[in-house]
Ligand binder design. Structure first.
Ligand code: AMP
Ligand code: MG
Length: 326
């Protein structure tokens, strides 16, 4: 069975083709990069409109198949930015109706977790999902995927991107901060905000910018921000693992590419006799393949969506999904 998955929750438009064994036949993304400032939903949606057809054709080309050979169309139903989600949903509906294919709307956060289960050796992990807009600790408990901790304000990726923007670096800033952080020497004091199981980054951003204005070096600041922010994430992830009694931790989202974060999570896992898993870099960032794979899991467990059920869900919560495939 082959599924075409369409991703458009935020800055990325993605099209991926996957089979029921999570083999990725094609996976193409186009990322909207704002000329200045943060992401504007309407402009990102315009970008997605412009690149949609080419991206889908490129994924089909990479897989060496035609649209006729696709058995199912899946798309990101939420959570995400309204105009961006609407663009992806419209493309998916059009393809499904015009080609008489079934359509399934999937939860973006759960797709990050399922592509990890499908392409790595983990079976029942705690997911540390760290992306631009989202930061959540998710695990399967009492027959649902539940959020054990999350950011109370901005996502970790947006936090890094915002700081990068202030020091004149273009989007995405996370990878550049990782490079600059390697040259940091002194650990500067920054707010460490873990509240119960949740984290918060906006105070750290304000404090880092204040230190920058006082003349702190960007190297030390990047290093110190990473050390503080990642330690907060590791702390809540570890607590979730202890709470639900799981010995696997999975990374997902674009920030999961960060080597320092990987190192800190690996160390925490080893110290508790657990294992860490990281999907391929192209499957960590927002992408269509993970959407396609969750679409197949849902379809094969009996889920069917009428077109009337394919409206977008901007605030689609992870624990609202009835997990029929586990
Ligand atoms: P996503 O929202 O999951 O597509 O991921 C995009 C986010 O990941 C952006 O905020 C990037 O700055 C961030 N990102 C990508 N690579 C890295 C990295 N190596 N270190 C930190 N952040 C990263
Ligand atoms: Mg994501």
């Amino acid at each position: 069975m082959l599924c075409l998955g369409i991703e458009s929750t935020a800055h990325t438009f993605g099209a991926g083709i996957v089979d029921e064994n999570a083999e990725v036949l094609g996976n193409q993304i186009k990322v909207y990069s704002p000329p200045s400032g943060g992401i504007h939903p309407r402009e990102a949606a315009n970008h997605h409109c412009e690149v949609a057809i080419d991206t889908i054709m490129a994924a089909l080309g990479e897989a060496s198949i035609s649209l006729n050979e696709i058995d199912l169309i899946a798309f990101s139903q939420g959570p995400g930015l309204g105009p961006c989600l609407r663009t992806g949903a419209t493309v998916a509906r059009t393809l499904a109706l015009a080609n008489k294919k079934p359509i399934i709307g999937v939860n973006h956060c759960i797709a990050h977790l399922e592509i990890g289960r499908g392409t790595t050796e983990c079976t029942d992990p705690v997911l540390l999902y760290v992306s631009g807009g989202n930061t959540q600790v998710i695990a399967f408990a009492n027959s649902r995927y539940r959020v054990f901790g999350e950011t109370l304000d901005t996502g970790i990726g947006n936090f890094l991107d915002k700081f990068a923007r202030e020091i004149g670096l273009p989007f995405p800033g996370g990878p550049k901060i990782e490079e600059i952080a390697k040259k940091g020497k002194e650990l500067l004091e920054l707010p460490y905000s873990v509240k119960g199981m949740d984290v918060s980054f906006s105070g750290m951003l304000t404090a880092a910018l204040a230190l920058l204005r006082k003349g702190a070096s960007t190297e030390d600041l990047c290093y110190s921000m990473q050390e503080h922010a990642f330690a907060m994430l590791v702390e809540v992830t570890e607590r979730a693992m202890a709470h639900v009694g799981k010995d696997e931790v999975l990374l997902g989202g674009g920030v999961a590419r960060n080597r320092r974060l990987q190192e800190m999570v690996r160390k925490m896992a080893e110290e508790r006799g657990a294992r860490m898993f990281i999907p391929e870099p192209d499957l960590c960032v927002d992408n269509g393949a993970m959407i396609a794979y969750l679409g197949i899991l849902m379809y094969n467990s009996g889920v069917r969506h009428e077109i009337s059920q394919t409206n977008i869900r901007q605030r689609f919560r992870t624990d609202e999904v009835d997990v029929t495939w586990r």
